[in-house]
Write a protein that binds this ligand. Structure first.
Ligand code: 13P
Length: 339
């Protein structure tokens, strides 16, 4: 695949008014989500839940692509159509989580590095044959006393860059996701410093590995106060600090930034995205790639019951549309409450 083809996929993922649905929960994560609504995580429930999301009418108005987990990319909807096709028929691009999750770094307590590079070239080839147009790899950075260390930042950046290069070689657009966790009692200033350092180290590694910046998407966390810090930065402050941090670190050649929601409430994630998009002109598209902030209200409404599918889809569609409005800075309370 040519560089131009990678570029056009990356641009389509962050097309105006659109963002990405992350529905790539690993087995452990989907179990935790299902535990919260007291249903079992079995193949049938996982299929039913993802089918509810993916067959939502009008999904394509707000969603450009969906990140899937390995099992989901291989799953068929109840009418026998593979999920990848259900999505692509609507003009929504299927993507795939390719990392194998974080593992502890020896001698660096509290820090992790994400695994999954072994055999990745062959897996990318197979995923492309199954219809995936893009991929995701998540690195996890924890803020605490004396952490993150440079060892952690550079090990994760190196893995992200190697992953991104393998994807581009195989004709798939990489989403590069260095997530700075909001867990902890750190200040918003500390989050900004750590996020800036993380992104600097990440883009240095991407450069050293020859990653084509125009053919990738960055998926960062926003600059927010630690969850347990008594001073919680407001919407304007989060937006200002996040954009400042990104301007210091993300080259303008990157077509788009698609934030993760990271445990923010659904409405906060929309408000923050909206506030950033009122700060135009920005050098990149500023978009979303949310899992919880798009899914949580719908998951709670669904509760594993067929009878609740229509109500859950309505709620999911609303959240997607609210974030679509936030893409142009035109989200407001009136729109939110017009559901
Ligand atoms: P959240 O939006 O729930 O943080 O998930 C995004 C994601 O894909 C994490 O890898």
């Amino acid at each position: 695949m040519s560089k131009q083809e990678l570029e056009s996929i990356a641009q389509a993922l962050v097309a105006k008014g659109k963002g990405i649905l992350a529905a790539d929960e690993s087995m452990g994560t989907i179990k935790r989500r299902f535990d919260s609504i007291k249903i079992e995580s079995n193949e049938n429930n996982r299929r039913a839940y993802r089918e509810m999301l993916f067959t939502t009418k009008g999904l394509e108005e707000a969603i450009s692509g969906v990140i899937l987990f390995d099992e989901t990319l291989r799953t068929k909807a109840s009418d026998g159509t593979p999920f990848a096709q259900v999505l692509s028929k609507k003009g929504v691009m299927p993507g795939i989580k390719v990392d194998k999750g974080p593992v502890d770094i020896p001698f660096f307590p509290g820090e992790t590095v994400t695994e999954g590079l072994d055999g990745l070239r062959a897996r990318v080839k197979e995923y492309k044959e199954l219809g995936a147009k893009f991929a995701k790899w998540r690195a996890v950075i924890t803020i605490g006393a004396g952490i993150p260390t440079y060892t952690c930042l550079s090990a994760n950046a190196e893995a992200l860059a190697r992953y991104a290069a393998i994807c581009q070689e195989g004709g798939i657009v990489p989403i590069v996701e260095p997530e700075v966790l909001l867990d902890g009692n750190h200040t918003v200033e500390r989050c900004q410093d750590v996020t800036e350092h993380t992104l600097k180290v990440t883009f240095t590694a991407l450069y050293l590995h020859g990653v084509h910046l125009e053919g990738m998407i960055l998926k960062p966390s926003m600059v927010v106060s630690g969850k347990d810090n008594p001073r919680q930065a407001g919407v304007e402050e989060v937006a200002q600090r996040t954009i400042q941090c990104l301007k210091h670190t993300v080259p303008a050649a990157v077509p788009g930034i698609a934030f993760l929601s990271g445990g923010q409430s659904a409405v906060s994630a929309t408000e923050h995205l909206n506030a950033m998009n009122t700060m135009a002109p920005l050098p990149w598209q500023v978009s979303f790639s949310y899992a919880r902030a798009l899914q949580d209200p719908a998951l709670k409404a669904w509760k594993g019951e067929d009878a609740n599918v229509a109500a859950a889809q309505k709620i999911f569609y609303h959240r997607a549309k609210m974030n679509s409005a936030a893409r142009s800075g035109s989200y407001n309370k009136k729109l939110e409450e017009a559901a």
